[in-house]
Design a protein around this ligand. Structure first.
Ligand code: FE
Length: 138
């Protein structure tokens, strides 16, 4: 994989100012919100999910599905360059971490047990996302 340069950089202090405690915990410390606790878990509204850290467009509501896991789940990112994926060996598991391609914020993980057409399940924390209607998204 070619070296990826994340265009959005902020100091830890700036992130703390910019984000809520929950957003900071997830995005900047690779935290995980409690299952079924996030505001977008059951959301069905038509629109676009942006990065809560840098506003990068990440996922289209058209690709959201009910995984039953308690976290917002999508079968693909809104475009190829929206997110980055990398190996995550934390917590005694081998998983694939998903981060925002612009600010390197931790979003969640991707698994191979999703629905058609991709067979992928992007398991994403609500706290890492900001939903906007298509009008708001422009
Ligand atoms: Fe971001």
């Amino acid at each position: 994989m070619a070296e990826h340069v994340f265009p959005v950089h902020r100091s830890d202090e700036q992130w703390r100012e910019l984000l809520t405690a929950e957003q900071y915990h997830v995005l900047r410390r690779a935290g995980t919100e409690r299952a079924f606790s996030g505001e977008y878990c059951n959301r069905r509204t038509d629109g676009v999910y942006h990065c809560a850290g840098c506003d990068n467009e990440l996922f289209d509501s058209k690709t959201k599905f009910d995984s039953g896991t308690g976290w917002p789940s999508f079968y693909e990112p809104i475009d190829e360059g929206a997110v980055m994926e990398r190996a995550d060996h934390s917590a005694g598991m081998v998983r694939t971490e998903v981060v925002c391609a612009d600010c390197e914020g931790h979003l969640g993980h991707v698994f191979n047990d999703g629905p058609e057409p991709t067979g992928l399940r992007y398991c994403i924390n609500s706290a890492a996302l900001k939903f906007k209607s298509r009008e708001q998204a422009g």
